[in-house]
Design a protein around this ligand. Sequence first.
Ligand SMILES: *Cc1c(COP(=O)(O)O)cnc(C)c1O
Length: 356
Amino acid sequence: MTGPLTVAGKRGIIRRYLDQLPVSAATPIVTLDEGDTPLIFSERLSQETGAEVWLKYEGLNPTGSFKDRGMTMAISKALEEGSKVVVCASTGNTSASAAAYAGRAGMVCAVLIPEGNVALGKLAQALVHGARVLEVKGNFDQALELTKQMADEQPITLVNSVNPFRIEGQKTAAFEVVEALGRAPDLHVMPVGNAGNITAYWKGYREAIDLGWSDSLPAMFGFQADGANPIVTGSPIASPKTIATAIRIGNPASWSGATDAANDSGGRISSVRDKEILEAYRSLAAEGVFVELASAASVAGLRQMAAEKRIPPGATVVCVLTGHGLKDPDWAIAGAPRPLTVEASIGPILEHLDLA
Ligand SMILES: *Cc1c(COP(=O)(O)O)cnc(C)c1O
């Protein structure tokens, strides 16, 4: 193809990083133009920490989270392999992304969830994109086990975090960071749930070295929530608790990926309190960046590192903001002041704005 189509053809992470991904000319590319998200300089966090802080705003992906980077790969490969159906056990961003990309590909997306206690609002995206949502009479582990069985016995592809193509797609975020900064940051800070994403970033940074795009590696710092911190405590947690639902994980699928990234890079896996996550969420929003609670764990973590004097002055730091705040607007409304009712005249309005 020539002309403008060539430019359009560079959209989406698979076309942009074709040579760095396990795809071939035979791979049908299923994309919603994911990736190429902004790396936003944070004046306030830089002043607060004495570092140069950049925010990788992954909430601006097509379905509102970084999951789209992995899903474009997982769905494209599923289609290439002749799958007609994809399945996942998720009520969150994985099912939202899987449903959108499966819809794009003309595939069926099945979402298995445990019966009862799942708020339909959490599934709004999966539902609107046409996923077949099945409530299984059992718990989450049983639902997950059934998805595995389905994938073993039928031409069905499992797109939960165990799908290796998701890590491949997600590593492209590290390429973008390196491209934007001209090198890797000194410190890389991010939330950790199932730990697929920290595994992917670390892979991406290491490949960027091999490709000659960067001549250094960052120290990798991953943050779990205090009530859901199995990697920190060293053993699985049966009932993980945190307000940050996207990282409410008691037994991470990519556990060793996270510990390898931290150990090999001179970083650390640590945890932050819900209260600190909420404070970080509010201060990011005050600076104009609306994120999901789980995403704010990275900035809460950054502050913890600053308090522990772990951030060298002037260091370049990237905080990953994994998902968009509109995913869970209840937290934005909770704790915010109610709108004031005023008379329909300018005097009282200016008074309330402290301008009178
Ligand atoms: C999936 C997700 C996470 C956790 O990522 P892992 O790869 O499971 O560690 C964090 N934040 C958001 C918004 C997510 O969707």
